[in-house]
Design a protein. Structure first.
Length: 240
């Protein structure tokens, strides 16, 4: 039971006691006995809930650690050791709380003369065995549910998926290293290609200039040839 639930029950019990005393005219000893019984019931619920829940949760964690290791998963040993320490402490605390509560109730009942405390003392002692028994059946039910889920979604699939992801990560790391190694070579090749392109541009410029010079000389020669032909035609006409 949560803390808010306990506070709510306490408030309701107090209000009910006030109503019984001042409205219904119930004798005060009877109301005190009822309040004492309600308080014992709330404390019994607390004993059956808080320490035992932590104890069984620690055992469930130990079981899951074993299963994970059987499937090849790595779990630090410190976690299992810590879970075992918590389980032992909670078991001792739960049993001690039941025994101490039963003893206190028996002593209070003996001196107060109210027999209702003996019943709650017996309930406290019986709950020491009933709570583990109920939790054991709940554990069996949870185990069956877990086995059913493992049949539907085996843990081997999760392990295989994790291995594939690890392989892909290793492959990606290898490719990244190769790319990093190729960067200097790529830069050197780019610089060499740029230098060759610049040299080719210079050669093309030189060839272009030579071609222009050749065209210029060819044009000059054509003018000389035209002059010679005109001179020959002049001589031929005079001879005729």
């Amino acid at each position: 039971m949560s803390r808010s639930g306990i506070v709510f029950l306490t408030i309701i019990s107090t209000i009910a006691g006030i109503v019984l005393v001042y409205v219904v005219d119930v004798p005060l000893p009877v109301v005190v006995s009822l309040g004492f019984g309600a308080l014992c019931l709330i404390w019994l619920i607390v004993l059956l809930t808080l320490p035992w829940n932590v104890y069984f949760q620690a055992h469930a964690l130990i079981h899951e650690i074993r299963v994970s290791r059987e499937r090849g998963m790595t779990v630090p040993p410190e976690r299992e050791a810590e879970a075992r320490r918590i389980a032992v402490r909670m078991r001792r605390a739960a049993v001690a709380a039941h025994l101490v509560s039963a003893a206190l109730l028996a002593v209070i009942t003996y001196f107060s003369g109210e027999t209702v405390g003996y019943y709650f003392a017996v309930f406290y002692l019986l709950a020491t065995f009933l709570r583990p028994a109920g939790a054991w059946f709940a554990h069996l039910r949870g185990r069956m549910t877990t086995m059913l889920e493992e049949v539907r979604y085996p843990r081997e699939d999760a392990v295989a998926l994790a291995e594939r992801v690890a392989a892909l990560e290793a492959r990606a790391t290898e490719l990244a290293e190769r790319l990093d190694a190729l960067v200097p070579e790529t830069r050197a090749g780019l610089h060499a290609a740029t230098a060759r392109a610049d040299d080719l541009d210079r050669r093309l410029d030189a060839v272009g200039r030579k071609f222009e010079d050749s065209l210029s000389r060819l044009t000059d020669n054509q003018e000389v040839l035209s002059g010679i032909k005109a001179f020959l035609r002049l001589i031929r006409s005079e001879t005729a």
